[in-house]
Design a protein around this ligand. Structure first.
Ligand code: RIB
Ligand code: CA
Length: 314
């Protein structure tokens, strides 16, 4: 049995972040060393409260620390129109029992990396503010980062502007640091996440599992589906869970390596992930971009993870 992959979960819960964390917690291939919040879907206060409630619901036994309230440059951008006023509207969640560490998210990441007995994978499902700051402040810890698996970007188009996907747009300067880091980088961009769609028959299958976590996951998916249907999507794109699926079930994904640059300027294209499809830059690839997914295999993965909570000893 291969030893578990040690990971840090960094996100802005957020319905799809919460489902990604649900999948990570239930995956025996992963060991969650720490969780950190970032401003994105909602304010840092709200994403931090949501992160702690999700950790409590899932029984994630790991330290938690809050990220910064704003990106490295510019003003915060939030997505209350998608995730609601709380940032995680829908089912009632337990009051958090997870304390907030008396250090910043970046400091917790650094402590975790320093203490780890082998390199750690960072799973970033929100803006890359914390990860970018970590690389700026602690460059000596890069050898302790095995890989960064992000949800973010899109090689063909954006979802918050025509050119930019939300996570990258919120903090392009941080994303630029990450994409230039030279570290192994897996990008679950819109190219793949818009194919990771969940439909009612999928979340009803999860609801039918009947354990408390599966019931909440089904309600998160139901909320997310209803919103996305209202803006013309065929189903709910569970963006962030793909960044975890890349670690636990890579066989359901196809990928292509690209040299990708982050546009940090521009009136129309700030936050774009610009892939060099034809080698103009003559630079080696810096990103493994996920491009396609076996959607049924993805749903099976989510359902198996949700079912795990009904078998786990209380
Ligand atoms: O563009 C989708 C991304 O933005 C997801 O991570 C979602 O949670 C939001 O943060
Ligand atoms: Ca997110």
């Amino acid at each position: 049995m291969m030893s578990a992959i040690p990971i840090i979960l960094d996100g802005d819960p957020g319905h799809d972040d919460a489902i990604a964390w649900m999948l990570a917690r239930a995956s025996r291939q992963l060991e969650i060393l720490a969780c950190t919040s970032v401003s994105g879907n909602q304010s840092i206060e709200k994403t931090s409260f949501n992160a702690r409630r999700v950790m409590t619901l899932l029984g994630i036994d790991a330290p938690f620390a809050m990220g910064r309230e704003r990106p490295l440059h510019g003003e915060p951008i939030h997505a209350g129109n998608i995730h609601g006023e709380t940032g995680l509207d829908g089912p009632a969640l337990p009051e958090p029992t997870v304390p907030v560490q008396p250090c910043s998210a970046v400091e917790l990441m650094a402590k975790t990396l320093s203490a780890a007995d082998k390199p750690v994978t960072i799973v970033a499902t929100g803006p890359l503010t914390n990860v970018g700051a970590l690389l700026i402040l602690y460059p000596e810890l890069k050898p302790k980062i095995a890989r960064i698996s992000i949800m973010g970007g899109g090689l063909a188009h954006g979802n918050w502007t025509p050119a930019a996907e939300f996570n990258i747009l919120v903090d392009p300067e941080a994303a630029d640091v990450v994409f230039k880091s030279g570290l192994p980088l897996s990008m679950a961009g819109l190219d793949v996440t818009l194919k990771a769609l969940v439909f009612p028959e999928d979340f009803e299958r999860i609801r039918a599992l009947g354990n408390p976590v599966a019931t909440v996951v089904a309600e998160w998916l139901d909320f997310f589906y209803s919103f996305h249907r209202s803006i013309g999507y065929a189903g709910a794109p569970v963006h962030d869970a793909v960044a975890v699926a890349a670690l636990v079930k890579p066989e359901i994904l196809t990928a292509k390596d690209y040299y990708v640059q982050i546009e940090t300027q521009g009136d129309f294209c700030r936050g774009a992930t610009v892939a060099d499809h034809y080698g103009f830059s003559q630079k080696p690839p810096n990103v493994r971009a996920l491009m396609d997914i076996d959607r049924v295999g993805f749903i099976d993965l989510l359902a198996e993870a949700a079912a795990w909570y009904g078998k786990e000893p209380a």
